[in-house]
Design a protein around this ligand. Structure first.
Ligand code: CP
Length: 338
């Protein structure tokens, strides 16, 4: 199934122009209301999860089946051998296959490749280069969809934008407050990077609270600041928790690891142990403007967010997770329909 044209990949939300994001969100709502036709009959997507997933894997597979297509899960975390990514390498090390060969071969079997790479976790400077997902995109002859890399989680951002629209109507000028939360197993800030990118581009007033040492990636902060100027949105980061939640329409809780301590688990654990009170509870939520709670999940109950908030009327977390299905159906239809 090799394709001659240069495939359109989705590595980050910015790969989709703003109007296309709007169109996809419209289509997502339509598919959610009216159901789906078998528009992708005969199409196959190869799924490569180099680390685990509950929502992304299930919603992706369900989306393809409901659209009449199918997926092949390559169980990459357990069944793949190491892949060489260096161009021109003498392959006398651990990796028996070059990513260019794997990408070319898989491209001849499937219509798209959806990939969740596993960051090495040794150096942020290295992991932020996104060598793995960008190599797949470089060598594949079919579209590559990023199912969460070190820097970005565009599929989560599409579902988040859909949830924000459903909750707030016109999101322009509405306040989205992102609050860092405590977790012994934090992820990279990929979800927050994609979220703030998408929300600021949509003209939202986005404020981020985090303890010292948990700054988002500096280059992305700069980019989002510039986007805010262009879109009429607003972006502030490094604020105190109470300050960001005051007047918030939506509070988005998320734990992410310190990029200062990245690759040093001892320092990271020590810094984490010094953070206190970073739990979203009803007292905090009450500072907002009838605020709703979002979280990309998995969520650590009563550590990141209390049961009272997660199980109460403010919580959007299940709706948000369901929206992964509808927004991915819209995306897949857009990317794969003949
Ligand atoms: N939000 C999200 O991507 O969930 P999974 O890690 O379970 O796929």
């Amino acid at each position: 199934m090799s394709e001659k044209r240069v495939p359109q990949h989705l590595i980050r939300l910015n790969d989709l122009p703003p109007q296309q994001v709007d169109d996809l969100l419209e289509l997502s709502s339509r598919l959610k209301r009216k159901g789906t036709r078998a528009e992708l009959a005969g199409k196959t997507v190869g799924l490569l999860f180099f680390r685990g997933s509950l929502r992304t894997r299930t919603s992706f597979e369900a989306a393809m089946v409901q659209l009449g297509g199918n997926t092949i899960n390559l169980t990459a975390a357990t069944d793949f051998w190491d892949l060489e990514v260096r161009e021109g390498a003498v392959m006398d090390g651990k990796a028996p296959e070059h990513i260019k060969d794997a990408a070319a071969v898989l491209s001849s079997y499937v219509n798209a490749l959806a990939i969740r790479p596993k960051p090495q976790g040794r150096s942020w400077e290295q992991d932020r280069k996104e060598s793995e997902i960008l190599s797949w995109a470089h060598y594949a002859r079919v579209p590559v969809i990023n199912m969460e890399s070190a820097l970005w989680h565009p599929l989560q951002a599409l579902a988040d934008l859909l949830t924000l629209r459903e909750t707030l109507g016109d999101v322009r000028g509405k306040r989205l407050s992102v609050v860092w939360t405590h977790s012994p197993t934090p992820a990279t800030p990929s979800v927050v990077h994609s979220l703030v990118h998408g929300a600021v581009r949509a003209g939202m007033d986005v404020r981020v609270a985090h303890p010292q040492g948990y700054e988002l990636d500096g280059q992305i902060v700069e980019e989002v600041g510039a986007l805010a100027k262009a879109s009429g949105g607003r972006f502030e980061t490094g604020l105190a928790m109470n300050d960001v939640v005051r007047g918030a329409h939506v509070v988005y809780a998320r734990s992410w690891e310190s990029l200062e301590d990245y690759g040093n688990p001892t320092l990271a654990a020590s810094r984490r142990s010094r953070q206190h009170g970073w739990t979203v509870d009803e007292r905090l939520m009450a500072l907002g403007s009838d605020a709703r709670l979002m979280h990309a999940m998995p969520v650590r109950r009563n550590l990141e967010v209390t049961d009272e908030v997660l199980d109460g009327p403010r919580s959007l977390i299940v709706q948000q997770a369901e929206n992964r299905l509808h927004s991915q159906k819209a995306l897949l239809t857009h990317m794969l329909r003949a």
